[in-house]
Design a protein around this ligand. Structure first.
Ligand SMILES: *[C@@H]1O[C@H](CO)[C@@H](O)[C@H](O)[C@H]1NC(C)=O
Ligand SMILES: *[C@@H]1O[C@H](CO)[C@@H](O)[C@H](O)[C@H]1NC(C)=O
Length: 211
């Protein structure tokens, strides 16, 4: 009876032998199931890990160019003569370096140039510094704006100064690196390209727009 039962599993040699083989087959089956389970867990883990890495790559590790702009400005001296026409003023400009990255942006010395109708009328030094992660670094520069280079612009300048609105542009470029997690560095530059108006009656700056 026992021999008959065991027959399909193995060519019968003895009762004990058949039982052992049956147990071995069972154990094999268990091991196989365990292995499949293990592989499934591994696949789930790898997929999950890949999603985490992908999200990380798309957010934290994605390095964007910081933004550099003129925030506001005031004047510590102000002379405007629509008749000549000419101007001479000392402007204290507050600049902002907006760094949206998850690491600080360290930039080198630079200059900022203010122009009227494309002709430079003043320049200032921008000292090297760092903008911390996800902050806006504010810095102030003092620049002398004069009309000495604008001889060829006399009629336009006369009109603007009589109107009381002097349009200016400012441009600059901060070259530097975004540092991520103390190990990665990526070269990035922050380009400034702003337009603004000096209101000569109010002796203030208005309509600052930056690209
Ligand atoms: C940046 O400017 C500072 C102050 O003027 C100067 O000492 C330094 O040498 C400059 N660095 C570079 C890299 O030009
Ligand atoms: C500033 O923007 C204007 C308009 O897009 C463009 O014509 C000009 O070349 C830009 N200047 C700089 C220095 O990027």
């Amino acid at each position: 009876m026992a021999e008959k039962d065991a027959y399909p599993l193995a060519p019968a040699n003895g009762h004990a032998r058949n039982d052992a083989e049956s147990a071995a087959v069972h154990a094999d089956e268990l091991r196989r199931k365990k292995r499949i389970k293990c592989i499934i867990y591994l696949i789930i883990f790898v997929v999950f890990q890949s999603i985490v890495i992908l999200v990380f790559a798309l957010t934290v590790m994605k390095v964007k160019s910081p933004k550099f702009r003129v925030r506001e400005a005031s004047f510590s001296s102000f002379e405007v003569n629509p008749g000549t026409p000419s101007f001479s003023m000392k402007m204290n400009a507050q600049l902002g370096v907006k760094n949206t990255n998850f690491g600080h942006f360290k930039f080198d010395n630079s200059t900022i140039v203010f122009s009227y109708m494309g002709i430079p009328v003043g320049e200032a030094f921008v000292p090297k510094a760092r903008a911390r992660a996800r902050t806006t670094k504010k810095l102030t520069v003092t620049v002398d704006l004069t009309s000495t280079a604008l001889a060829s612009m006399n009629s336009q300048l006369g009109t603007d100064l009589s109107r009381g609105v002097l349009p200016l542009t400012s441009s600059s470029k901060l070259s530097g690196k975004v540092h991520l997690m103390k190990v990665m560095k990526k070269k990035k530059s922050a380009q400034m390209n702003c337009t603004m108006e000096v209101n000569t009656q109010l002796q203030s700056i208005q309509n600052v727009k930056c690209k």
